[in-house]
Design a protein around this ligand. Structure first.
Ligand SMILES: Cc1cc2nc3c(=O)[nH]c(=O)nc-3n(C[C@H](O)[C@H](O)[C@H](O)COP(=O)(O)O)c2cc1C
Length: 166
């Protein structure tokens, strides 16, 4: 998981309701197209985005599970629709209501992915903040439990005849 820092927790709310923020990637998630609205809101120049993995704009507040769910949905050939908090180049952020889908060639091969994003409502943002905070907490607890159980297992193992016999 890429962790882009720093973050300011300052929202860039300059997206207009009639604006569509678009990008395309190749099948590996490398950006092949970014529209002017994406460059403006993110603060990245087009040339900084093209050829770069899409996690360049990942905000650390996005739960890991959100992107696991995204790729799982896309791999099943379905459209992924979800709220995304993205990091701007300067550490600020913006929220979008994102739709990501596969793109196919005429002969049915997957040639990449397309994301179109709209400005969400304040209510959508508030709900996503709440949901993602609880997902992050759950992820933190699972990770802590994973570490704790590894330590416990190691302790038990080292005290056992299995270890002492080595
Ligand atoms: C078309 C498309 C658009 C994407 N848009 C974003 C985006 O706006 N922000 C983002 O963080 N990840 C986006 N991703 C997902 C990233 O490729 C990546 O899976 C995600 O940032 C998680 O990165 P990580 O593996 O470093 O945790 C997009 C992927 C695709 C295919």
């Amino acid at each position: 998981m890429r962790i882009n820092m720093p973050v300011t927790q300052q929202e860039n709310d300059s997206l207009r309701e009639d604006e569509l923020v678009c990008s395309k990637t190749n099948p590996k998630g490398i950006i092949t197209y970014a529209n002017a609205a994406l460059c403006r809101i993110s603060g990245f120049a087009e040339k900084e985005l093209l050829g770069t993995p899409h996690n360049i704009m990942r905000h650390p507040d996005m739960p890991r599970m959100a992107y696991a769910w995204m790729w799982d949905t896309l791999n099943r050939g379905l459209l992924w629709q979800a709220m995304v908090k993205n990091r701007c180049k300067n550490g600020n952020h913006y929220w979008v209501d994102a739709n990501v889908s596969r793109q196919y060639s005429r002969d049915g091969c997957i040639i990449g992915y397309l994301s179109t994003r709209r400005k969400p409502t304040h209510a959508q943002i508030a709900e996503a903040e709440r949901l993602y905070a609880s997902l992050r907490q759950a992820e933190g607890e699972l990770e802590a439990r994973g570490k704790m159980s590894a330590e416990v297992v190691m302790g038990l193992y080292q005290n056992s005849p299995l270890y002492q016999a080595r």
